[in-house]
Design a protein around this ligand. Sequence first.
Ligand code: ADP
Length: 398
Amino acid sequence: MSYVLVLNSGSSSVKFQVVDPTAAATDAPLVSGLVEQVGEPKGSVTVKTGGEKFTEELEIPNHSVGLNRAFEIMHEHKVGPQDVELIAVGHRVVHGGQIFSEPVVIDDNAESKIEDLIPLAPLHNPANLDGIRTARAILPDVPHVAVFDTAFFNTMPQAAALYAINSEVAKEHNIRRYGFHGTSHEFVSQQVPGLIERDPAETNQITLHLGNGASCAAVANGKAIDTSMGLTPLAGLVMGTRCGDVDPGIIFHLARQAGMGIDEIDNLLNKQSGVKGIAGVNDFRVLHEKIQGGDSQAKLAYEIYIHQLRRFIGSYMIALGRVDAITFTAGVGENDDDVRADALAGLEMYGIKLDKEKNSVRSSEARVISTPDSAVKVLVVPTNEELAIAQKATELVS
Ligand code: ADP
């Protein structure tokens, strides 16, 4: 059997999986694991395989030390890169700018283009590059493929992709809507036509990726025509800790009236806002417990979250004209039947009828949860970004 090693490198962590690209979305990978606290005095490497978990604490001065140790631990259990037939290494890269609308085999030229895009993703692309350089050095004989979070949205029409900001300034600084979670929106939206027995070339759909980060997309006949995240992943829906769309004037107001610095505001809107900023927690399981216990802030956070979600669903229905499917995915979307019911409540006149019973069934399978006579089909489709990256990498190298 052939496998793909999928790497998602952050500034102080690396998530990895060894994936069979022909597996189902809900199958467990051969190996998954995490290198944590890179660059800090006490780091750790965790490897999970065959239902067991192995954790080791050690100093991890850089990504290379961490990944090498992870590969050694995997080898001890006969599932290291040298133990399996590894056909590619797939790297999740956050920002592909306007350069990459497809995955690419990484050579020095691709590496330097990803480096050129650092100003657009100053926190993510340098970490992704660290992971790429480290993995290419450790595994030089396997093709490495970059899969970009933004790529699926590169074909959006200009009216959706550009902001009404002074054109000269926007051009000079590459300011436009790029969108993120593209690998997930594409992976999920490609499964929908088969599940509702429609021709993919004639399927209009809305995909709702509701995890800790959250975004939605309007997809017409397989191509994204709009999405909620923007130049950065801060825009759009209310998220676990990010505010989503707010009046940009709030930033000036905070600077002038509250005397806050730009980094402070960045931290406030990215890490101390969203559901957590209102309810104090960002896990929806805990949020529901708090609501049930009568916590008014938790209720308010939930209501703001749903209100914003419905705004986007409504605007994408108009953008698409005809909607064949609305699909929920990611941690909240796949598991929270209250969110699904409240997001689509009272929309029968638009042809959206949720089947209450089907909605309340817990399952890890892709499924339709609307009534048979609902003109718009509603679905839950589990996402699996690692599998999607493995599939794309396989496609490119074979
Ligand atoms: P990430 O954006 O970190 O990849 P996920 O897609 O894994 O996030 O989603 C994580 C979130 O999913 C959690 O913070 C939690 O709010 C939500 N979640 C997970 N399981 C459940 C559940 N059973 N019910 C409701 N929400 C859940």
